[in-house]
Each structure stands twice: as structure tokens, then as C-alpha cells.
Ligand binder design. Structure first.
Ligand SMILES: C[S@@+](CC[C@H](N)C(=O)[O-])C[C@H]1O[C@@H](n2cnc3c(N)ncnc32)[C@H](O)[C@@H]1O
Ligand code: SF4
Ligand code: SF4
Length: 430
């Protein structure tokens, strides 16, 4: 039976679908109604009538009524996650997803690698510490833990950590380059993560230029994962070389049930050297083509880095969620325990953008004290919202430009270089 998860928020609750990794918000009245289920059919009709006549109150955009209906029909159930009170009034209760870098070891040496992977960080967390962190993430009401790196499957206790995420009732997602042997692939298949994200840069020559050998092996492994019915997604970097192949790439892999995320290269880590992404004029027609593909393959997951830019402001109660997901809704923990608002920002200036260390006595292996109380994070959340609002109010938005993010804006200021994803910035520097 399908299960949804409910976590209380200061404005009501977040409802999370672990299978699809999707979520929506409900207000306090709706949250209380859900917690009181089952209720009589007359009460359900009353609630639905109430929200269809007062649509402005329905922050779920109709999803509450759908959920209520499946719960009443008993085709789905709802898990209420215990939360730590008092709830914060200016942010979500805890991150929706935590990116947990379990090791910076890597068998790859991608030229654009954002965190210059390929070594073990000094003072790396032990396996026991990482198990403690996972235990705490579960208790803190985090919905999804994404094991990443480096190449997480290279960490000797990878399987133990992955199983622990499951045991703590969190959605398990894994970022792996899939340049792995049969035994590691079988481990991944046995784990059956809720989501496996790998990297494939659209076409063999483009992929090899930036990521090195492995294209054919990755494709073989992707098909084996799909054969085992594992929800698998392809991260594809938008480079001058990959861009002409995107349509063929989608046509090849969408029918096999793969999802896609088209990523804008960020000048971080090794990716700062020789940073030369495609121009906006080259990318915009490809983004238009993607919208067509969305219609052609309605069951397929499509996302791009451009889609993190919201088209309108989103404030619920006192919580302003406008801006980058990384800062408003998710968190990063590095393999040395550093807690970051955004992996890219950390690479730009580790001292300035580290929020704390999960080993600190203030944290005791929990992300919550920093998530709820960090003044730096508060400031970054405001800046991220302002950055998004600047795009919403810009005449170029959705015409000659698709919007840019707080990382690119700060990179441009700190490195005194243009943000190639922002028309205004390009003009200011030319
Ligand atoms: C850091 S890797 C870790 C997981 C695994 N090693 C892999 O490559 O898939 C996670 C994702 O970050 C993406 N990435 C790496 N460097 C980047 C950069 N400079 N800008 C944007 N994304 C980047 C990769 O393409 C990959 O899909
Ligand atoms: S992008 Fe992934 S595979 Fe490539 S070097 Fe970085 S961590 Fe390794
Ligand atoms: S030109 Fe700059 S400010 Fe305007 S929409 Fe593009 S990224 Fe945003």
C-alpha cells in the first residue's frame, strides 16, 4: 500500500511521497484533519467543499483533496513523523533532503568536478559517526537522505550506511557514477534504492571529454538497474559538446524509463578552471525542445538547473521558500562533518560558507541546531529569495534569460567575473 509521510510545520505540515520524492504543503486546519482520520464521508465532503470554495486557503493546490480521498478509500496510508518542538517560525521544521557526502574518494577524475573529488578528506567521519548522523537525521524528521561523494560506492561500509538510511524510515537515494563492477552493481540492485542518480553526458565523445572512460559500462549498468525496476535518473551536464545530442539522448533513454536532469555547469572545484559553458542563446532552444519532450513522454521525469528558479514568490506563513532548493529545503553534510548550505558555495570560500560542524557540541551529530538557528543561514536564505525575486521582476526573465541563482551571483561578485547565465551580468562585464 502506498504510504505518505506527514511532518508538522509552523504553518501546517509537509506531505511527502517517498516513492516519487515529491511533496506539498497543507495548512494547519488541513494537517489536523489528516491527523484525525478516518472521518465520516459527510465530514470529508464538508472539508472538500470548504477548500474548493476558499481556494486561496488551499496551499496544496488541490493535492489535499486527492490525498484525503485515497486515505478515506484506504488505498494509501499516512505516517505521522514525530517532530521536535518548538517548531521554527521562519523555516521548514528540518530539511526535506540531506545530501550526505560519505567519502570524497573517487574512481573518476572529471574535469568539472565541483568538489575536486579523488581523495579522503582530512579528519573524515568514522563509520560509527556516520551511523549516528543517519540515526539523528531520521529522528529530526528529514524525509530523504542522498548518499553522495566522491563515489559513495567506493566507501568500504557503503552498504551498511545505505541500509541504515532505510532502517531509519527515510527515503534512500544514491548518486553514483556507475563506473562499477558486477559485484557493486549487484549490491546496488539488492539495496533497491528509491532513486539512483547517475551521470551521463548525452553522448560518448562529450562524456569522455569531461568524465573520462566508462560510457559503455554506465549504459550497460543503467539498463541492468532498469531491468531490476530501480527508479533511475540521468544527470547530464549541459556543455557545448553535449548540447547537440540532447534530443537523441532523450529519445534513446526515455522509452527505457529513465528520468533526466539537465545540469548547468558551475565554476566550482575543478570546474572553475577552463569554465566555458554554452551560451544562453545556444541553451534556450534546447530548453524549448525539452518542453516538447515533456509532452511526448508525459510519464518521464524531466528537470533542469533552470527549474530551481521560481516563477513567483512562495511565502507560507512566515516561511519564505522563494529561491534555491539547496538553501531553503535541503542541506549538505560533508565527509569531515562540515555542514553547508550549498555544495558550490562551500567550494567558493569554505571559511565563509561553512555553517558549522556536525561534531560540534552544539550539534551532537544533528543538523537541526544549525538548520533552525544559524544567522548565516538566515541571511543566505534571504539572499537566495532576493536573487530569485530579482529574476521574477526582470524584463529579461523568460525572454532572453532563464534566471540564475545565488551561487552564480556570489561567484560573479567574489571572482569579479560575469555570470554567463545572467544576461544583465554579461552586459555589465562586456
Ligand atoms: C559530485 S557528483 C557525485 C556522484 C558521482 N560521483 C557522480 O559523478 O555521479 C554529483 C553530481 O554533480 C555533478 N557535478 C559535478 N561537478 C559539477 C559542476 N561543476 N557543476 C554542476 N554539477 C556538477 C555531476 O555531474 C554529478 O551528476
Ligand atoms: S563528478 Fe563524480 S565521478 Fe566525477 S570526479 Fe566528481 S565525484 Fe568523481
Ligand atoms: S538577466 Fe539576470 S536578473 Fe534578469 S532574469 Fe536573467 S539572471 Fe535574472
Amino acid at each position: 500500500m502506498k504510504t505518505y509521510r506527514l511532518r508538522s510545520e509552523c504553518f501546517g505540515a509537509t506531505i511527502y511521497d517517498p516513492r516519487k520524492q515529491e511533496y506539498f504543503f497543507v495548512n494547519t486546519e488541513q494537517a489536523e484533519a489528516l491527523k484525525m482520520l478516518p472521518m465520516s464521508q459527510a465530514d470529508v465532503s464538508n472539508l472538500n467543499n470548504c477548500y474548493s470554495t476558499k481556494l486561496s486557503d488551499d496551499i496544496s493546490n488541490g493535492k489535499f483533496a486527492e490525498l484525503l480521498s485515497v486515505l478515506q478509500q484506504k488505498t494509501a496510508k499516512l505516517d505521522v513523523i514525530p517532530t521536535k518542538y518548538p517548531l521554527p517560525l521562519d523555516s521548514l521544521t528540518s530539511p526535506i533532503r540531506v545530501y550526505f557526502e560519505i567519502s570524497l574518494m573517487c574512481n573518476g577524475s572529471c574535469t568539472y568536478c565541483l568538489n575536486s573529488s579523488g581523495h579522503v578528506r582530512p579528519n573524515a567521519l568514522t563509520t560509527d559517526e556516520m551511523l549516528l548522523i543517519i540515526d539523528q537525521l531520521g529522528k529530526d524528521g528529514v524525509f530523504e537522505t542522498r548518499l553522495t561523494g566522491g563515489e559513495p560506492t567506493m566507501y568500504p561500509e557503503f552498504e551498511l550506511l545505505a541500509r541504515s538510511v532505510r532502517e531509519h524510515n527515510m527515503t534512500l537515494s544514491i548518486n553514483s557514477n556507475l563506473v562499477v563492477n558486477e559485484s557493486t552493481l549487484n549490491t546496488l540492485i539488492d539495496l533497491h534504492p528509491d532513486l539512483l542518480i547517475t551521470s551521463l553526458d548525452a553522448e560518448k565523445t562529450a562524456h569522455t571529454k569531461y568524465r573520462g572512460k566508462g560510457y559503455d559500462l554506465i549504459v550497460r549498468n543503467i539498463h541492468l538497474l532498469r531491468k531490476a525496476n530501480i527508479n533511475t535518473r540521468l544527470n547530464c551536464m549541459l556543455s557545448p559538446e553535449s548540447l547537440p545530442h540532447i534530443e537523441r539522448f532523450i529519445n534513446e533513454f526515455a522509452p527505457a524509463g529513465l528520468g533526466f536532469c539537465f545540469i548547468l555547469s558551475r565554476p566550482a572545484g575543478r570546474g572553475q578552471q577552463g569554465f566555458s559553458p554554452p551560451s544562453l542563446s545556444e541553451m534556450i532552444p534546447v530548453m524549448d525542445m525539452l518542453e516538447q519532450k515533456r509532452k511526448e513522454f508525459p510519464q518521464t521525469y524531466f528537470n533542469t538547473s533552470f527549474h530551481v528558479i521560481m516563477e513567483r514568490e512562495l511565502t507560507i506563513g512566515g516561511v519564505n521558500l522563494t529561491g534555491c532548493n539547496a538553501i531553503q529545503k535541503s542541506f549538505n553534510v560533508n565527509s569531515d562533518g562540515a555542514i553547508l548550505p550549498c555544495a558550490f558555495l562551500y567550494e567558493l570560500d569554505p571559511e565563509r560558507f561553512t555553517l558549522g560542524n556536525i561534531r560540534d557540541s552544539q550539534c551532537s551529530y544533528s543538523v537541526l541546531p544549525i538548520w533552525r538557528e544559524s544567522e548565516l543561514l538566515r541571511t543566505l536564505r534571504q539572499q537566495s529569495a532576493q536573487c530569485n525575486i530579482r529574476c521574477i521582476n526582470c524584463v529579461q526573465f523568460k525572454h532572453g534569460c532563464l534566471g540564475s541563482c545565488i551561487y552564480m551571483s556570489l561567484y560573479s561578485q567574489i571572482c569579479n567575473a560575469p555570470d554567463p547565465y545572467c544576461r544583465k551580468s554579461i552586459d555589465a562585464f562586456s
